[in-house]
Design a protein around this ligand. Structure first.
Ligand code: NAG
Length: 585
């Protein structure tokens, strides 16, 4: 018995290492890095399978099916627009974590958001969004939060900017107050051509505690066969020169009509042309809906079961298989970046005064944990509440019961305790051995890459896609599906199109052909209508009662109001565009 105990522990530890450990992501300078110090590039898809856009992380069995297919595609990120933090997301988050997939999560929903027509940032809203952080901070594969999505969606609504930054600032303050992991909190912008660079500068300008941790925007301009110049990506690249926080596309994947997409834009975004300034992009979208941007299609509206892979899935998979940039190591990266100046306001342009105050609320009424908080899952608890209290936020008060971080407490007797103690010591020794072995391998790899000159690449240098060998070394945390992609890894190095640096004229980019202006997710009017009248479906079975919760009722009512204002806004926007384009669009 004692002889195979260490073996058992070893096997368990190895299993743990190979299957469950996902590296957390943090920011240094203008780049994302894994906790191992490797640069992280986003190959993402919008995950909103049943067209409701919210609560797609509650059906564990379905998430497992989808996560495997998303891993097979070669993605490492899913974007989820929003959640009800009172529901349980453990199984879904685990399904994605097990396959090496991170989640970028929107904190707002149509109910809990800043209304751009009548912006307000209130204690209730602040506390509601704080619950999203409480519910997701303990998952290692929570990559980042969006404090807002497209609050500003035309020149006139640029005046909502201070509210958007206040949300981000207060949520960052809350995250830090609670001593949670420093999960990046950023913003997902609409691509408004007239104020694009002002908006980009605005979100990063000012002191670190009032700016976003990263900036992302939705962009639909590389449509079909295109180029850096024709798509305006050359301008995006120019505008990201020296940008001091990470930047990426939070939605992309233009198509003309229902045409097939070949995703050649991915070669630009993840290849040498852009990968020294951009951190990747998120393709719109996983499931086929009315607007026909899907990569897969389900045979039922609830989007359950195994979907069928469409042509776009296969074509995106082929592109991604050849694009795996390594970037720089965190240890070799010491950026000297200058904080952007806040943009100057102009009438008819960017409307926010340079020194305008933010309507921040701070963390008043929220309770900091006493003593120091360990960073492990087991110790994380929610203390959101304060003056408004969590019931006043509209979420059910069962949040703490559903908190994924609560450990189950098993009473352990004295004798069992002794045996466990011995096991822990054994595990620690074996863990140390494993760590040393791993460390040695990494040191060797670092040395080798230094020898071939890739380790000390300066920050601004153009970065090649990885070679086959490095890719295999790095794939420890990707699921088995990802390994299927190795075969094509070296092609990228050999294809001259992928090694070409951008040297194109900076022609101004104006086309705006994608669904980006449709507010959230490019949802069609018809889908909006359907969603409005449809019962809120639970994909989690027993976790939801038959009676709609107050949250759901509030969501329906506020969503209806929101939809009405959206429709009015869309009409105005369409009229404006028609006027500007002399009838065409
Ligand atoms: C940001 O930090 C400064 C300096 O510590 C402080 O005076 C200010 O109140 C902070 N602002 C916010 C919104 O937290």
């Amino acid at each position: 018995m004692p002889t195979f105990l260490p073996l058992l522990v070893l096997v368990l530890l190895l299993h743990q290492q190979l299957t469950f450990a996902i590296l957390t992501i943090s920011i240094k300078g203008s780049k994302f890095f894994t906790s191992d110090g490797d640069q992280f590039y986003i190959k993402g898809v919008v995950y909103s399978p049943d067209a409701q856009e919210y609560n797609s992380l509650t059906n564990g069995a379905q998430c497992a099916i989808d996560a495997q297919l998303i891993a097979n595609l070669g993605a490492n990120v899913v974007r989820v627009y929003g959640v009800d933090p009172t529901l349980n997301h453990d199984e879904c988050m685990k399904a994605f974590e097990d396959r090496g997939i991170y989640v970028v999560l929107g904190m707002t929903t149509p109910v809990y958001t800043v209304n751009r027509a009548n912006p307000e940032w209130t204690i209730d809203l602040r506390n509601a969004l704080a619950q999203v952080i409480d519910a997701f901070q303990a998952y290692d594969n929570t990559l980042a939060f969006f404090a807002g999505n497209e609050f500003i969606n035309d020149q006139a609504t640029s005046k909502v900017g201070p509210y958007a930054k206040a949300v981000a600032a207060d949520m960052k303050a809350y995250r830090d107050l609670m001593q949670y992991r420093t999960i990046p909190i950023g913003y997902s912008a609409a691509d408004v051509a007239e104020i694009r660079s002002q908006q980009q500068d605005y979100f990063s300008c000012g002191p670190a505690n009032t700016s976003v941790d990263f900036y992302a925007f939705n962009r639909y301009s590389w449509c079909g066969s295109s180029s850096m110049a024709e798509s305006g990506y050359n301008v995006l690249y120019e505008e990201a020169d020296g940008y001091d926080i990470p930047i990426f596309l939070s939605e992309t994947g233009c198509h003309v009509g229902d045409a097939d997409r070949d995703f050649e834009d991915q070669v630009a975004m993840l290849g040498r042309e852009m990968n020294d300034r951009y951190s990747g992009n998120i393709i719109y979208e996983w499931a086929q809906h009315e607007n026909k941007y899907g990569l897969v299609s389900y045979d039922n509206d609830a989007a359950t079961g195994t979907p069928s892979m469409m042509g776009d899935y296969t074509r995106l998979k082929s592109q991604w298989a050849t694009l795996d940039p390594t970037g720089v190591k965190a240890s070799a990266y010491s950026p000297s970046l200058t904080n952007r100046a806040c943009p100057t306001s102009t009438s008819g342009g960017w409307l926010v005064q340079k020194n305008a105050d933010l309507p921040t609320l701070g963390t008043s009424g929220l309770t900091a944990p006493t003593g120091s908080r360990s960073t492990t899952r087991a110790s994380a608890t929610s203390t959101t509440g304060g003056s408004a209290g969590s019931s006043a936020t509209g979420f059910s008060s069962s949040l703490n019961n559903n908190n994924p971080s609560q450990p189950s407490k098993t009473p352990v007797g004295a004798i069992a305790g002794g045996v466990l103690g011995g096991l822990v010591v054994l595990a620690l020794i074996l863990g140390l051995i494993l760590f040393l072995l791993r460390h040695k391998r990494k040191a060797r790899a670092a040395l080798e890459s230094q020898e071939d000159g890739t380790a000390n690449r300066p920050a601004g240098d153009l970065i090649p896609v990885t070679d086959e060998e490095e890719k295999i070394q790095q794939n420890g945390f990707y699921g088995p599906g990802y390994h299927e992609l190795h075969g094509q890894g070296t092609m990228a190095e050999l294809d001259p199109a992928r090694g070409h640096a951008a040297a194109m004229p900076a022609a101004e980019m104006a086309s705006h052909r994608g669904p980006v202006e449709a507010g959230i997710a490019g949802e069609s009017e018809e889908e909006r209508g359907e969603r409005e009248g449809a019962p809120v479906q639970s994909r989690s079975g027993e976790e939801r009662t038959v009676e709609p919760s107050p949250y759901v009722q509030a969501q329906r009512n506020m969503e209806m109001e929101w939809l009405e204002s959206e429709e009015a806004r869309l009409r105005q926007r369409r009229e404006l565009l028609i006027r500007q384009n002399g009838g065409g669009s």
